[in-house]
Design a protein. Structure first.
Length: 211
């Protein structure tokens, strides 16, 4: 994915740029001096429909220089939800990065038809990879999962050059039995409800009863 940008002087007012349909941004990172630019809001909206934080993005400045960046920080107005500012990190192409890559679950687990419940245990996975090899997302096909089954880190067909930073036996998604979940939830619900009517609460260890 690529967006266009233009250099902006530090004297340019951010509010004025936004009124003109631009979003202020700064590029910085490995071997690059901080570069202040503006990006057309329309291009930014289209970009964010297709990328994640771990997607390498090309930014062409003034139609000449191209930088390979990652979306480091996106500031959004809390009420209008308009973009206020972007931080774009320029990575060293020869140095591995550690990033959290979002998980995307695809398919319908067959265990759900048997009364199971799909549980996503990790919404993102920390990985290490060179910038050009960083995956935008990790897709987990759960179609063949039955009740009591899981996809572990070691079960994922990791792309070449991508190293997961979780233990290989960690479960990423699982199909749990509904009954098992209900049994686990029952003690917690009873504890939250407190003692039954007419039953005095027992003193804690080391506590002296009063009355």
């Amino acid at each position: 994915m690529m967006v266009n940008a233009v250099r902006r002087p530090l004297t340019a007012k951010a509010k004025a740029l936004r009124r003109q349909g631009y979003v202020p941004a700064v590029l910085y990172g490995a071997h690059v001096a901080s570069l202040h630019v503006s990006i057309p809001e329309k291009e930014l909206l289209e970009l964010l429909d297709h990328v994640t934080r771990s997607t390498p993005v090309e930014v062409k400045v003034d139609g000449r220089e191209t930088y390979h960046v990652f979306l480091k920080e996106i500031q959004v107005h809390p009420i209008t939800e308009k973009f206020l500012h972007l931080d774009l990190y320029v990575a060293d192409p020869n140095r591995p990065l550690e990033m959290n890559v979002p998980v995307r679950v695809v398919g319908m687990a067959r265990g759900i038809k048997d009364g199971g419940i799909l549980e996503v245990l990790h919404s993102s996975i920390p990985v290490q990879a060179l910038p050009a090899k960083m995956p935008p997302r990790i897709e987990l096909d759960v179609s063949e999962l039955g009740v009591g089954q899981a996809i572990l880190v070691k079960d994922v067909p990791w792309p070449e050059g991508v190293v997961p930073l979780l233990p290989l036996d960690d479960a990423l998604v699982t199909v749990a039995a509904r009954r098992a979940l209900e049994v686990e939830a029952a003690p917690a619900a009873e504890a939250a409800a407190g003692p039954a009517e007419g039953e005095a609460a027992k003193p804690s260890e080391g506590e002296t009863p009063t009355g």
